[in-house]
Design a protein around this ligand. Structure first.
Ligand SMILES: NC(=O)C1=CN([C@@H]2O[C@H](COP(=O)(O)OP(=O)(O)OC[C@H]3O[C@@H](n4cnc5c(N)ncnc54)[C@H](OP(=O)(O)O)[C@@H]3O)[C@@H](O)[C@H]2O)C=CC1
Ligand SMILES: O=C1O[C@H](COP(=O)(O)O)[C@@H](O)[C@H](O)[C@H]1O
Length: 500
């Protein structure tokens, strides 16, 4: 608990930005409420905007008010939390910023009479990362691997080459144990629970392979549009924004072999094996394995929404995809021949992150013919967010004189009272891990590079062939028609979360 943690300074580079206000400070506030923050802590936001400490705190308070699951605690606990927050105006491209930080750290440590752990959270555009790390190194602000940590937001690099370059740079300047590459999906309770589901039960593991599983699907759909993130999204797109990181990480959790321990590197090794086993999509085959889409103008949940090309900072003829679907294979003994269908997109019909595992039919069906009409394959549906539950569909006898069947669900609900907000948010878990120095849920350099390799051929083909049919889906739908065709060719359909 709090008293055992050394004094800690948390620099949020990009403290005046969106992520800090919507996610980082609300998460730190919750950690404060739960007693997980060190007793002696300083949170220092850095940005170029001119902001007094009081204005900065007010801006952050609004973020908690709007985005935190614990806003009711603001009245009683905000002041005690906020007194440890300050803001410094700096250009992180200038040496002066680091000189001032060195003086600030020394003053805090003097007051605390103890060296502090220092966390540098890079909540800034990825192209600033190389400059910042070089300057931190030059100013000797991150020289102690035990006390100095750096957190990198996604995207880590823009492609395989830039990720490799950044990793190489970091290797020359720091120890790997200092580097925390965030993928916030790994902090979600329901994603971590995949390990518990798979490896703390004997029930699933014997059937968790190509002998019994027909396919795996991962859907990470969003109803939100790109909105005011057009400037970022134009250099990203759905493949980089969601598939390279979150979606592939979930795929790893489903496909990995059993770890022999929960040591950070053991889990990371097992996940890396999966990424390295994903079959490379040959450039000539991309059209058979990948579908892209972009939303046009329309209506979503009763509101009129602009098309992607009409969003702020988006080029009028933009070819950036806001939807991506892939058909992947993991070439291991366990998964030989099992398709993994993944899809993600903005402005879709529902906000749901769901993993569906469909099992093969039993080898023989001795029931009367009419029983087959209502029979459905066994299916495990793992709802990650916002619904948080696990459902196992199996067959039961329809009550009555005949041997007819009906599919029924066994359901485990993470939040039985329907209060999903009672669960810790991903950023809480991850920030707590950084504070405590536990890298298990963070990405290692080789994992990030392996994930870029998976999508590299698709990125290359899409970049070389501008789409001719964009926009090709309407808001509020499940994406372009070609996405249905991608999976229908194999005789399957996309699964959506069944009604509760
Ligand atoms: N927002 C989100 O939902 C998510 C964001 N991310 C990642 O988090 C990171 C931050 O994103 P987000 O908060 O949305 O971005 P914003 O554009 O909202 O914020 C960027 C921040 O960087 C600061 N900044 C930019 N240049 C400098 C500089 N030279 N010196 C000092 N500060 C500078 C800005 O300060 P100022 O404006 O005061 O100059 C601002 O505080 C990005 O890597 C993004 O990809 C990842 C997942 C989700
Ligand atoms: O990293 C990102 O994730 C969000 C979706 O995260 P969720 O936890 O709200 O499901 C996505 O909207 C954003 O574009 C992407 O950068």
């Amino acid at each position: 608990m709090s008293n055992n943690i050394p004094p800690t300074i948390i620099y949020i580079f990009g403290g005046s930005g969106d992520l800090a206000q919507r996610k980082l400070i609300p998460a730190l506030f919750n950690l404060h409420l739960d007693g997980y923050l060190p007793e002696r802590v300083a949170v220092i936001g850095i940005g170029r905007s001119e902001l007094a400490d009081t204005a900065f705190r007010t801006h952050l308070r609004k973020g908690v008010q709007a985005h935190s699951r614990r806003k009711e605690a603001l009245k009683t606990h905000w002041n005690k939390f906020a007194r440890n927050i300050t803001y410094s105006r700096h250009d992180l491209g200038q040496d002066k910023a680091y000189k001032d930080m060195a003086a600030e750290i020394a003053a805090l440590e003097k007051g605390w009479k103890e060296p502090a752990n220092v966390i540098y959270y890079l909540s800034v555009a990825p192209n600033l990362a190389p400059v910042i790390v070089k300057k931190l190194h030059k100013a000797k602000l991150a020289s102690d691997p035990k006390r100095h940590r750096m957190v990198f937001e996604k995207p880590f690099g823009h492609d395989l080459e830039s990720a490799r370059e950044l990793n190489a740079l970091l290797r020359t300047l720091f120890a790997e144990e200092q580097i925390y590459r965030i993928d916030h999906f790994l902090g979600k309770e329901t994603v971590q629970n995949l390990l518990a589901l798979r490896f703390a039960n004997t029930l699933f593991e014997p059937v968790w392979n190509s002998n019994y599983i027909d396919y795996v699907q991962i859907t990470a759909s969003e109803t939100v549009s790109v909105g005011n993130r057009g400037a970022y999204y134009e250099s990203s797109g759905a493949l980089r924004d969601m598939v390279q990181n979150h979606v592939l990480q979930m795929l790893c959790m489903i496909a990995m072999e059993a770890p022999i321990s929960f040591a950070a590197d053991e889990i990371r090794n097992k996940k890396l094996d999966v990424l390295q086993a994903v079959r490379r999509i040959e450039p000539g085959d991309v059209h058979q394995h990948a579908v892209r889409g972009q939303y046009g103008p329309g209506w979503l949940q009763g509101n009129k929404v602009p098309g992607y090309r009409q969003e702020k900072d988006v080029a009028p003829q933009s070819g950036v995809e806001t939807f991506a679907a892939l058909r992947l294979f993991v070439d291991t003994w366990r998964w030989k021949g099992v398709p993994f269908y993944v899809r993600t997109g903005k402005c879709l019909a529902e906000k749901e992150t769901v993993i569906t595992i469909q099992f093969k039919p039993a080898p023989d069906f001795a029931f009367p013919e009419e029983a087959s009409h209502t029979w459905r394959p066994n299916r495990l549906t793992i709802a990650i967010a916002p619904t948080m539950d696990i459902r196992l569909r199996f067959q039961a006898k329809q009550p009555g004189p005949h041997m007819t069947l009906r599919p029924v669900d066994m359901r485990f609900d993470y939040a039985p009272d329907g209060d999903e907000d009672s669960q810790p948010e991903a950023y809480e878990t991850l920030l707590e891990d950084v504070i405590e120095g536990n890298p298990t849920l963070f990405m290692r350099a080789d994992q990030v590079e392996a994930a870029w390799k998976v999508i590299a051929p698709v990125m290359a083909v899409w970049a070389s062939k501008p789409p001719v049919d964009f926009p090709n889906y309407a808001p509020g739908t499940w994406g372009p028609e070609d996405a249905e065709a991608l999976i229908a060719r194999d005789g399957f359909h996309w699964a959506t979360l069944p009604e509760s």
